[in-house]
Design a protein around this ligand. Structure first.
Ligand SMILES: [Cu+2]
Length: 156
């Protein structure tokens, strides 16, 4: 059997539903990222292109572009041999193709910077970045350690 593009997309949708389920149990309101494109399809982008999320916060991409299918795919060797641009211990994700109106969600367990791309539109510049923050207490500890190191360097 030759899989048509539509069949592949439909299979993608089913896998998607399973993956979206893994996002349950997270806390707080989901952070929304829209997949957009202009009317003639000459420009495509994530909106916002950069995003800060709190620990446990779910990130949800939704395709608001009536003219294109898009993906949200982590920069990682598991995704078509791309370089790793997510934290070392973090799990890569790939939404697969989202048709207009479809959504995909993840919750990032490891703090750090995550870069991701759209498979068919990476070279058109459809890329995004997420900063998954740490806890406020951790951040305060890191700040204090940094200040102490800075002071120690200044007085030595
Ligand atoms: Cu795209």
């Amino acid at each position: 059997m030759i899989a048509t593009r539509r069949t592949v997309l439909r299979i993608g949708g089913v896998i998607l539903a399973g993956l979206a389920g893994t996002a349950s149990g997270s806390t707080g309101e989901a952070a929304e990222i829209a997949m957009r494109g202009n009317e003639d399809g000459s420009d495509v982008w994530y909106d916002p292109v950069g995003l800060h999320v709190r620990p446990g916060q779910t990130i949800r991409w939704t395709n608001h572009d009536a003219g294109n299918a898009h993906t949200a795919t982590a920069y990682h060797p598991h995704n078509a041999g791309h370089p790793t641009r997510i934290p070392q211990d973090a799990a890569p994700w790939n939404s697969d193709y989202l048709l207009p109106g479809e959504s995909f969600a993840v919750t990032l367990l490891v703090e750090g910077v995550y870069d991701y791309f759209c498979i068919p539109h990476e070279l058109a510049g459809m890329v995004g970045r997420i900063l998954r923050g740490g806890s406020v207490r951790r951040s305060q500890t890191a700040q204090r350690d940094h200040r102490e190191r800075f002071v120690a360097r200044c007085i030595s």
